[in-house]
Write a protein of this length. Structure first.
Length: 102
């Protein structure tokens, strides 16, 4: 289970595969069954679990209710993943700090 104190390198990973490995697979339920339980479409859940869609705060809350994993920790995992990808892309975009311009 992920906790606020975990400093595991997987924190920077997309939360979808983590949820698949730690929630869906241990309960031996299908994506279709999990989607029905979470009241989302199978496609939406599949995209999340395969790292093709971001985890929304709403979906994080649904996972907390269904599996007992803190929504706040899941949202932090998504934010860390997003920030890592933004930092990697910053090399391609040059924006000057306000006050340093002309």
């Amino acid at each position: 289970m992920i906790t606020d104190g975990d400093q595991d390198s997987s924190i920077r990973g997309h939360p979808g595969p983590w949820l698949k490995h730690n929630c869906i697979e241990p309960h031996r339920i299908t994506v279709t069954a999990a989607a029905a339980h979470l009241k989302v479409t199978r496609v939406a859940l599949s995209n999340l679990l395969n790292g093709k869609a971001a985890l929304s705060p709403d979906m994080a809350t649904q996972f907390e209710n269904a599996f007992g994993i803190k929504a706040e920790a899941l949202v932090r995992m998504q934010a860390a993943y997003d920030l890592e990808h933004i930092e990697m892309a910053q090399d391609r975009v040059s924006i000057q700090r306000v006050g340093e311009v002309g």
